[in-house]
Unconditional design. Structure first.
Length: 694
């Protein structure tokens, strides 16, 4: 009976982890809402069950998923809920985005529920092998599907990132998989490679050894095809750490397995490296040739046999000789892989310092500008989505940077130093349990954490589900406690379980409402006329903090209602450039010169490098001046014309060479034409009193 429950739990876990990857890695909140409220609902039921059992001081043994050994909530779960609470408090104190804060509160509550469920289902040490199987099967699915896309056998949006910039890719294409971002996929693939290598060391049977060996070449090939240098460096650091953690015999195995994995992975990469370019060009209808596919299959089949041979060699009578030559064998394999097996094209990615310099220079701009925002709210931050909402108002160059490319910096921006300390404490609790349980489990987790420090991996729900899964599978389980004990201890545990149940319930309700808003918006997209407007209203009622819905509804609402709809949105996101732009247009339509000038001025101040807004502001105010002059409202026409001239003057002053101009900032022809006509109008209005300078 218990094995049946564990088997079912393993299947569900693997499906959830794989599904999270398939749904774009759960990067987009609109995709994650349903999963979040379902996880929180399950967490609420579990916490309530544990709390009730603690109060009754009894637990019916053998009823899955709870037992005496799992009848408590780990401290790490409370820590994740505390981070969620920090976001909730930030939402109450002038956040940069109320919706962003609530979304992050919901995410962290879902992560806490997921961790709690994992401990409840797989908390006992004897159950960890089932969780390990779920993680492994999910990895084969995610990486296998990514490779299928590269070979042209599977089609998925943006599965392969193509570019003509040699600084971004040496072959013109990088594997992104379901996550649609090569760097995050590369970090996950590298973590799987190192984790699989550690499983080879501890495999007790030949069957389990071969099962773990099967995945190493697909994982390594995926990592190579992503061309993620940051992930490679993180993996190298974890590999070196593994050497320090292992004993002499295991260290020899680690070296020999590494050498063989590099040879096999490098050979597989050499044969299929250009298949992704062909698959992308043909939109998945072509990719690897039959010869390339057969060679890849041959390598994937030969690799486990080679690992098994090395295992027998290490267990043979000449083990001391093997240990003595392990370093030399690994070094020879590395050199052979780099100089002979791997194609010369990848050498530019490995040794090309110009691309590395460009990457560091771009990240340096992000981090310098993020430092300015951090100083404004050093201790408690500005809530969720601080960088996305506010970075355009302080950016020093017109770069594209909706993500700050550092999970740690993102956390400090959102929650300040205090939030970072709480997150560090939670991480310490998780990692200390792994240190006591299985220190090699720190290696894949370390890769994920190291890479997240220089990229936005933490924005992916899949990242956290995978990290938490590895944390549980390698933890000691010592913090688990039963329901027996002193009454005071049981009372505190019951109170904690009750508080957790309340938090999960609130998060589930919030996620359900947000998910309903998404469903209403989808219905609106498929409807027209009054039905579309009604669906948009329902979406806004379910999630009044969602700015795009508010703007869409304003476009379909009666003119008398538009201003109220848009203005009320500023309560939830006071520096929203899209809202301010929409209000500027709305005021111009009503010939409200002062309102239009004010909203456009604020929109440009919060995003001065948006050439579209800059151009539209000039054109809108110049056209408004023309309309007011035609209506003989000459003083207002003069004010509108002066505002248009001032906007264009500031716009033109920004026209200069930039080292980072990913946004392609330039003065548009439309703005220049409108400015020329506006100057003529000002000359004609020159006899009228100039409006007060604003």
């Amino acid at each position: 009976m218990r094995r049946g429950w564990l088997g079912a739990g393993t299947i569900v876990f693997a499906a959830v982890l794989s599904g999270a990857a398939y749904r774009y890695g759960m990067f987009f909140d609109e995709v994650f809402y349903r999963w979040e409220w379902l996880l929180c609902l399950a967490g609420m039921c579990g916490a309530f069950t544990i709390g009730a059992a603690l109060i009754r001081n009894r637990m019916r043994a053998g009823i899955a998923p709870f037992s005496e050994q799992t009848a408590s909530i780990p401290a790490a779960v409370y820590g994740l809920l505390l981070i969620a609470a920090f976001y909730g408090l930030a939402a109450l104190h002038e956040p940069a985005s109320l919706l962003g804060s609530l979304q992050q509160m919901l995410r962290w509550s879902a992560y806490a529920a997921f961790l709690f469920i994992l401990y409840a289902a797989f908390g006992q040490t004897s159950h960890r092998v089932w969780l390990s199987a779920g993680i492994y099967v999910s990895g084969l699915f995610v990486m296998g599907c990514a490779l299928a896309g590269w070979l042209g056998a599977l089609s998925f949006p943006d599965m392969i990132m193509t570019t003509g910039d040699p600084r971004l890719s040496v072959v013109g294409a990088r594997l992104a998989g379901f996550l649609q971002y090569p760097n995050v996929l590369g970090a996950a693939a590298c973590a799987y490679v190192v984790w699989s290598g550690s499983l080879l060391l501890r495999a007790k049977t030949k069957a389990s050894f071969l099962l773990h060996a099967i995945g190493i070449v697909p994982f390594m090939l995926t990592a190579l095809l992503t061309e993620s240098r940051g992930a490679w460096l993180a993996a190298a650091a974890a590999w070196l750490a593994g050497l320090l953690l292992l004993g002499r015999l295991e260290r020899s195995a680690w070296l020999l397995y590494t050498g063989w994995a590099l040879l096999c992975g490098g050979a597989a990469y050499r044969f299929v490296v250009h298949a992704g370019v062909r698959a992308s060009a043909a939109e998945g209808r072509a990719g690897a040739t039959v010869t390339e596919e057969l060679l890849l299959i041959l390598i994937c089949a030969a690799a486990p046999v080679g690992f098994l041979g090395l295992r027998r060699l290490l267990a043979g009578p000449k083990v001391r000789l093997v240990q003595a030559v392990a370093w030399g064998g690994c070094s020879a394999a590395v050199l052979l892989s780099l100089l002979v097996v791997l194609p010369s094209s990848i050498h530019g990615r490995l040794y090309g310092f110009s691309g590395v310099y460009d990457t560091f220079a771009a990240r340096g701009l992000f981090y310098a500008d993020a430092g300015k925002l951090i100083q404004e709210a050093l201790f408690f931050g500005r809530g969720g989505d601080t960088w996305r909402v506010l970075f355009t108002g302080i950016q020093s160059q017109p770069y594209v940077g909706n993500e700050v490319h550092s999970g740690l910096m993102e956390l400090v921006l959102d929650l300040g130093v205090m939030g970072l300390l709480v997150a560090a404490a939670v991480l310490f609790i998780l990692l200390s349990a792994v240190w006591r349980g299985n220190r090699l489990g720190l290696l894949p987790i370390g890769i994920l954490l190291l890479h997240a420090a220089i990229d936005f991996d933490m924005e992916y729900g899949y990242y956290w589900l995978l990290l938490l899964g590895w944390a549980v599978v390698s933890s000691s389980g010592e913090e688990r406690g039963g329901v027996r004990g002193r009454a005071r201890v049981r009372a505190w545990r019951a109170a904690g379980a009750g508080a957790a149940a309340v938090c999960f319930a609130a998060a589930a309700l919030l996620g359900w409402r947000f998910d309903a808003a998404v469903r209403h918006r989808e219905a609106a997209a498929a409807a027209s006329g009054a039905a579309r407007t009604a669906a948009l209203r329902a979406a806004l009622d379910a999630n009044p903090y969602w700015t795009p819905i508010r703007i869409e509804l304003a476009d379909h609402a009666p003119p008398s209602e538009r201003a109220v709809l848009l203005t009320s949105g500023l309560r939830y996101e006071p520096q929203s450039v899209p809202l301010l732009r929409a209000l500027g247009r709305e005021c111009a339509e009503r010939s409200d010169v002062i309102g239009a000038a004010d909203y456009w001025r604020r929109a440009l101040a919060y995003d001065r490098f948006d050439w579209g807004s800059q151009s539209e502001a000039v054109v809108t105010m110049a056209q408004l001046a023309q309309n007011l002059r035609a209506a003989s409202r000459l003083a207002e026409a003069n004010l509108a014309a002066e505002t248009a001239a001032l906007f264009f003057e500031r716009y033109e002053a920004l026209k200069k060479p930039y080292t980072a101009n990913d946004r392609k900032f330039a003065v548009t022809d439309a703005a220049q034409k409108a400015a020329a006509q506006n100057r003529q109008l000002l000359a004609q209005l020159g006899t009228y009193p100039l409006a007060e300078k604003r």
